[in-house]
Design a protein around this ligand. Structure first.
Ligand code: RIB
Ligand code: CA
Length: 312
């Protein structure tokens, strides 16, 4: 089967790192490039972290591009309280061997969409949507060439995480999210309603560590740092492992359940800024612009993640 061509747009972030590892460990996926965006930590760190993670996977061949260092129209909000100062706290980091690409991430995405056959490239979005909104605004001609967008972001019955009503990736750049959700590209949304069901329990982290290879041990160490904030907040064994759900959707969509809905983004209210208003019960009659996942088989998800990371 021809591997699925993807671009990963990311703000590593320990959970982003798990998603990048899952993609690079899977022969069904061809990662054309990784683009970094400011989010969990500033861009200078997210782009460096992306290069560190690809190197840990033995994939120094993967080009990493730096994109937006702040949202379209707002001050950057970061999440060091969750991810630590480096964005990848939990492990000793190193200076990556491969330099950052000179080309801007937005230019890389536009050029790739123009050069690859139309309808063959999937955009996997793991952070604030600033880069992709800039692609859509700067090059409307490429929008119809995007095969699909699969993103981690939003929440509805589960509410928010950075505010009571907003999830971080959407909250950081709600104007960008409005552009992306309104672009008419086939879109799959992995919200907190799903990611809060895939918890990095002690048993699962130890199963990952037992793989024994470098990537698995490093990821287990990262997760033990990353999960502490959410364990404290939610009182759970383990924390939500958000971003790898995007890659798992490409590899085994049958582990998820959801429905096509209308999703709109709140950009006006300071109280509920960045809320994803999901018309799950179809009361508005507004066009269904996203497939919204709501449930996931968590054991099937972790079996996939652990088995694949053991291959790196
Ligand atoms: O709200 C969770 C999302 O925000 C994840 O993508 C995490 O990495 C942060 O970017
Ligand atoms: Ca992320």
């Amino acid at each position: 089967m021809t591997p699925q061509k993807i671009i990963i747009d990311t703000d590593p972030g320990q959970d982003d790192a798990a998603a990048i590892m899952l993609a690079l460990a899977s022969p069904e996926i061809d990662v054309l490039g990784v683009t970094a965006v400011a989010g969990n930590v500033p861009l200078a760190l997210t782009e460096r972290n992306a290069r560190i993670v690809t190197e840990i996977c033995g994939r120094g061949d993967i080009a990493v591009y730096a994109g937006a260092d702040k949202p379209l129209a707002r001050k950057l909000v970061t999440a060091e309280h969750v991810h630590g100062k480096t964005g990848l706290d939990g492990v000793d980091l190193f200076d990556p061997g491969r330099p950052i690409e000179k080309k801007h991430a937005v230019d890389f995405i536009i050029e790739t969409l123009r050069s690859e056959p139309a309808g063959t490239v999937t955009l996997c979005l793991l952070g604030p949507l600033t880069n992709i909104a800039m692609v859509i605004e700067r090059a409307p001609d490429v929008v119809g060439r995007i095969k699909q967008i699969v993103l981690m972001g939003g929440g509805f019955f589960e509410g928010g995480n950075i505010t009571p009503s907003a999830e971080f990736n959407i909250y950081v750049d709600p104007e960008a999210a409005k552009i992306v959700f309104g672009a008419g590209v086939p879109l799959t949304m992995m919200p907190l309603d799903v990611t809060h069901k895939v918890l990095t329990t002690k048993v699962r982290v130890e199963r990952l560590r037992a793989n024994g290879n470098r990537a698995s041990v490093v990821m287990a160490d990262m997760l033990e740092f990353f999960e502490r904030f959410d364990e404290e907040k939610y009182g759970t064994d383990g924390g939500p492992l958000h971003d790898p759900t995007v890659i798992a959707w490409l590899l085994d969509p049958g582990m998820f359940a959801g429905r096509h809905c209308n999703v709109e983004i709140e950009t006006g209210s300071e109280l509920s800024l960045g809320a994803t208003v999901v018309d799950w019960w179809k009361v508005t009659g507004r066009p269904e612009n996203a497939f919204v996942a709501r449930d996931v088989d968590a054991d099937r998800f972790f079996d996939l993640l652990i088995e694949r990371l053991g291959r790196l």
